[in-house]
Design a protein around this ligand. Structure first.
Ligand SMILES: [Fe+2]
Length: 231
């Protein structure tokens, strides 16, 4: 530590920007400090549970599955998510479509946002850190099989991989294949194995596995010719 090192951790430029913008918006009357507090509470309370229930319900109820694929926004209401006005207060943000990607035994979907970090937050909560890294975003579209293997997901060559690129108007949720060994399970039991990673498409649901893969973001092991290793 040099003698000039700060005694407390300094805040980042983005944090300074957020505070400045927020204080200005409050001063201008766009929203109140109380609105902001309520929104922050909402944002921190979001998680993948509604999406897990959504998938488990689709696995157990064919009529719900049909609704889930045809009109995911309407179907989301059945697991308590109002996609069009998720906070239940304030001004709903501009419309964003939600799509459900149905896996088959020979077709696997995985989701990214190559441009930034778009994610189906109202139903799946906040995105994991690795999802937002340029390393994941650049490489999953070029070498999906390799990147999935880095997550511990080894797909056989006959399984086609489709990478779906999210954007400001389109968000995606993967509906994985119901795994063997779950016959007769309740919706609640099934929901427990539908982890966040399964719905992004970097993991497959498996009896006994109820947590996400711990993932350290690291540079490409085999960087592509002409591209940086990604950071
Ligand atoms: Fe994005």
């Amino acid at each position: 530590m040099t003698k000039d090192a700060p005694m407390v951790e300094e805040i980042t430029d983005f944090e300074v920007l957020e505070i400045a913008l927020r204080e200005l918006a409050i001063e201008k009357g766009l929203f109140t400090a109380e609105d902001h507090r309520r929104y922050t509470e909402f944002a921190e309370g979001m998680g993948p549970t509604p999406a897990s229930r959504f998938v488990a319900k689709a696995w157990t109820d064919p009529a719900f599955k049909k609704r889930a694929l045809e009109d995911p926004i309407a179907a989301s209401l059945e697991v308590g998510i109002d996609w069009l006005n998720p906070t239940g207060f304030g001004t709903p943000s501009d419309f964003t479509a939600l799509h459900v990607l149905e896996d088959r035994p020979t077709l696997h979907h995985v989701v990214t946002c190559t441009l930034c970090s778009c994610y189906p937050r109202p139903i799946l909560g906040n995105s994991p850190e690795w999802y937002r890294t340029p390393n994941y975003r650049r490489r999953i579209v070029r070498t999906p099989r390799q990147v999935l293997a880095e997550f511990g997901l080894f797909l056989s060559p006959e399984v086609e991989i489709r990478v779906e690129d999210s954007n400001s108007k389109h968000r995606f949720l993967v509906l994985p294949v119901r795994p063997a060994g779950t016959e007769g399970w309740s919706e609640e039991q099934l929901a427990a194995i539908v982890t966040r990673d399964c719905m992004i498409g970097v993991a497959l649901p498996k009896p006994g596995v109820t947590t996400n893969v711990a993932r350290t973001v690291h540079p490409a092991a085999e960087p592509l010719e002409g591209h940086s290793a990604g950071k």
